[in-house]
Write a protein that binds this ligand. Structure first.
Ligand SMILES: [Zn+2]
Ligand SMILES: [Zn+2]
Length: 183
């Protein structure tokens, strides 16, 4: 197994909650424990190889061959924050450059040129990003009011910039109306 990322169900605190864990076989086939946690974490190569061989169906580890474009495309769909972390880890620990796909223009760019977007609450207490876009798309669709990325929902105000269709646009218009109204 070479240049292959393994995603499996690790974690397992108090026997119930699991989370994604990651391992990586580099271009020479050498094993790396990328992230393992809890009682189902597998920091050893033999443990990861065992679950690849044994587990089937939904519980089976997912394999991504990073030399194959379809696998890289598939990886980019899993979760914005995980893809970022994986790419950063590979670059830092192995010196391997894995470009990350912009959700908007679909271009693959260096991880440094990616910005996380779409911060949402999940499970009550945890916030996480659900989107990732390249800096070009980000600046093109960034609201000048709240500075957030807003795909396709911006209204332009001449000489002022572009604003979110709801809140920021209305607010800016009100502000402009106030400052220009002779009292
Ligand atoms: Zn883009
Ligand atoms: Zn805004």
């Amino acid at each position: 197994m070479k240049n292959t990322l393994v995603r499996y169900q690790g974690g397992g605190y108090d026997g119930c909650i699991w989370e994604w864990n990651y391992a990586y076989f580099d271009e020479q086939g050498k094993f790396h424990d990328m992230y393992s946690s809890g009682s189902m974490g597998r920091p050893e190569e033999s443990q990861v190889r065992a679950i690849i061989a044994e587990l089937e169906g939904e519980d089976a580890p997912e394999l991504f061959n990073l030399s194959l474009q379809p696998d890289i495309d598939r990886l980019n769909e899993i979760n914005a924050e995980s893809v970022m972390s994986i790419s950063q880890w590979l670059e830092k620990e192995i010196g391997y450059e894995l470009e990350v796909q912009c959700d908007d223009c679909k271009t693959y760019v260096d991880v440094l040129d990616i910005q996380l977007t779409d911060l949402r609450k999940e499970g009550g207490i945890v916030y996480s990003h659900h989107g990732k876009v390249c800096t070009l798309c980000f600046s093109e669709k960034q609201c000048d009011g709240c500075n957030e990325y807003n795909p396709g929902e911006l209204k332009t105000i001449e000489d002022e910039g572009q604003y979110c269709a709801d809140g920021c646009y209305d607010e800016k218009m009100r502000e402009l109306a106030e400052c220009c109204t002779p009292s």
